[in-house]
Design a protein. Structure first.
Length: 242
């Protein structure tokens, strides 16, 4: 038997043998995961409860991890605001998310947001706003455990500042539960953005400046503070609208 014939025979026999466990594992990894199905209300999970697939971190170097089906964001000193951003962009939607935040840590949830690799300029009320390369900017639903209690207000991160604070919505401020789990509902329909905190109406904004973008979970910069404060998110779901 020639050497070539021997090699061909060996390859033929290998093809007939059952796959090893490692080969099966590699094949399983290569297969795409089954798409999630909407629940009875039409919502899809934005977070799979197991890992950070579908997200990318931008900005600072806060630590994000998954624990007990929650996304946990932990601040680190001497780094700017950090954002865990969805890879997908969304336009019109209803977003629901539960969160729990350290009383001394500011945070927020970006909606219809962006970042670019180059300098970005915007025009607003006769002024030019310059956004640095890599800077996350866009609408943020504030998570504010401070005494002013503006959780649910809408801040334009990295761009125009406050658009709808809650100075005139004290009932929304009182709805926030310090040191406990809270729930946001955010509705984006065209130029209308509305928020609720634990079912209490909060922000009601009309603003068509940005029509679509990613969703992101913010861990605010804390300067030189080195105590490991955390914010947690769970049960993150979204229903896309026409």
């Amino acid at each position: 038997m020639t050497k070539l014939t021997s090699l061909l025979l060996a390859f033929s026999l290998a093809a007939l043998l059952p796959a090893t466990a490692a080969e099966k594992a590699d094949k399983k990894k290569a297969e795409p995961a089954a798409a999630a199905k909407p629940d009875a209300e039409g919502f899809l999970p934005l977070f799979n409860g197991k890992n950070l697939a579908g997200f990318v971190q931008v900005g600072g170097h806060a630590k994000y991890r998954v624990e007990d089906a929650q996304i946990v964001g932990q601040c680190v000193p001497n780094t700017p605001n950090s954002f865990l951003c969805t890879e997908r962009h969304y336009t019109n939607f209803i977003l629901e998310v539960e969160f729990k935040v350290d009383p001394n840590l500011n945070s927020g949830i970006q909606i219809r947001s962006h970042y670019y690799d180059q300098l970005k300029e915007y025009e607003w009320q006769g002024k030019t706003i310059k956004v640095s390369p890599g800077r996350v900017h866009g609408y943020q639903v504030e998570i504010d455990p401070a005494p002013r209690a503006w959780s649910g207000g809408i801040y334009d991160e990295g761009r125009r500042g406050w658009l709808n604070d809650l100075k005139d919505r004290p009932e929304a401020g009182k709805a926030f539960k310090q040191g406990d789990w809270n729930k946001f509902r955010v509705e984006c329909r065209g130029d209308s953005i509305k928020t609720w905190v634990n079912t209490v109406a909060a922000a009601d904004l009309k603003d068509g400046y940005t029509a679509s973008g990613f969703i992101a979970l913010q861990v605010h910069g804390v300067g030189a503070k080195d105590n490991p404060m955390e914010v947690r998110w769970r049960n993150i779901r979204i229903k896309e609208l026409p």
